[in-house]
Write a protein that binds this ligand. Structure first.
Ligand code: F0G
Length: 415
């Protein structure tokens, strides 16, 4: 009998080579659970009987090279693991498949979450697949239309509350004490278990050779906790021989964890009123800050904060590599630049950015950026000017060949 992170594995001796080939071989299976990039790693997850498993074949997301971003950062070996390539287009699906399945096993009729948009989209989808009802609490006017529309289509009872994410969490916590609904925010341990698989799969994609650095956005801090937990477990099982440094990046307007580490030496987290156009991480009182802090300390990672313009520019750069992501994901590249400037990340080291959401989650942001409308009246125009070279506003022309050829020639001269 072996105990790992509170999970019992009766009879497991952990033949690492056998496990690695079992996981890889499952990718060719016709069985739904084997095709899932979460459930195929089920040996490292708590047991949930198959009849309760709700899967949309999540995970199995690509690891991309980022050649242009590599040039602009000076880090040659730069990759992005794109968790936005999940079924509902964010990293939330890897945790949600598992947590929704545990709710199904618990015979819940209702599941619920507070969300900045992605958790709600994901939960609503998995609840629908599992024939459960879902209740979504979101801050009114502060989530992207793409995410809101997903929750509606997947059939959630969607309540837009006149508060922020942290206010939604408070109401939800009170609600679950009175009603038999299963809470599916990332404080649910099954969410963290499922989200661990992103890191396991990443190591598999790198032939079990860990990168020097992994960089994640920080909001409620569930994802950093999950990836960190996976890294520590993999090292304990000798699936990997050393730990990558896990660094966490926040938006400057939503930086309670950054301040916790930098100003208070990790001793306390002071909640704040958060504000950022990267609405996914507009969070002032992150639930999992203590877990994230332990991960930071265990792996030797760093924290950074980035400005709104740095986020927008980084997002356009990731787009220009033909990949793209939503604003919250782009803090990783913006943060990497700062970590390089500080000398924490060296040019010769290998870096993986975790891109958490798909470009199409927030087209409003993208269009405003390219049209130059994202930062009206911003005082620091030099910073805005730096982002200008990345803007590609659509060109409105008369419908004649000559106009299009003139536009093409002008663009060719400038490229
Ligand atoms: N990136 C995206 C795209 C997100 O949606 C979130 C969180 C994060 C990063 C931060 O991850 O909270 O684990 O630190 N979104 C949550 C939601 C809060 O409700 O969708 P975290």
């Amino acid at each position: 009998m072996r105990r790992l992170a509170g999970i019992l594995f009766p009879g497991w001796t952990f033949d690492t080579a056998a496990l690695k080939s079992l996981w890889l071989n499952r990718r060719t299976s016709r069985h739904a659970l084997d095709q899932s990039g979460v459930w195929r790693f089920r040996e490292l997850l708590p047991h949930i009987p198959e009849e309760h498993a709700i899967t949309l074949r999540e995970g199995n997301t690509p690891l991309y090279r980022l050649p242009r971003c590599a040039r602009s950062t000076g880090v040659k070996n730069l990759h992005a693991k794109h968790q936005g390539m999940n079924p509902t287009a964010s990293f939330k699906d890897t945790g949600m498949t598992f947590a929704a399945s545990s709710a199904h096993k618990g015979k819940f009729r209702w599941v619920a979450c507070a969300s900045t948009g992605n958790t709600s989209a994901s939960m609503a989808a998995y609840a629908a697949r599992g024939n459960m009802h879902s209740l979504v609490l979101i801050p009114e006017g502060k989530i992207s239309w793409g995410k809101l529309s997903q929750a509606l289509d997947y059939g959630a009872l969607t309540c837009q509350l006149r508060t922020d994410f942290d206010g939604c969490v408070r109401i939800l916590n009170d609600l679950v004490r009175q009603k038999p609904v299963c809470l599916l925010n990332s404080v649910n341990p099954y969410r963290i278990e499922g989200q661990k698989t992103a890191a396991i799969e990443l190591m598999e994609q790198l032939a079990w050779e860990p990168p020097d650095h992994i960089i994640v956005p920080g909001g409620n801090l569930g994802n950093s906790s999950a990836i960190g937990k996976a890294l520590l477990e993999m090292r304990e099982l000798k699936l990997i021989s050393r730990l990558p440094k896990l660094s966490i990046i926040q938006a400057q307007g939503a930086n309670p964890f950054y301040r916790c580490v930098r100003e208070f030496g990790g001793k306390k987290l002071e909640p704040m009123t958060a504000d950022t156009l990267a609405t996914a991480i507009r969070i002032g009182n992150p639930a999992s800050w203590k877990k994230a802090l332990r991960v930071l300390q265990a792996t030797g990672g760093e924290v950074e904060q980035v400005t709104e313009i740095e986020i927008a520019a980084a997002k356009a750069e990731i787009g220009a590599d033909g990949i793209g992501c939503e604003p919250a994901s782009a803090v990783t590249l913006a943060g990497l630049k700062k970590l390089c400037q500080r000398g924490f990340v060296k040019a010769g080291e290998s870096v993986v950015l975790i891109l958490t959401g798909h470009l199409l989650k927030d087209p409003d942001f993208t269009i405003k950026f390219h049209r130059g409308d994202l930062f009206p009246g911003t005082p620091d125009q030099t910073e805005v000017a730096q982002a200008k070279s990345l803007q590609r506003a659509p060109v409105v022309l008369d419908a004649d060949l000559g106009s299009v050829i003139a536009a093409l020639d002008a663009a060719a001269r400038n490229s």
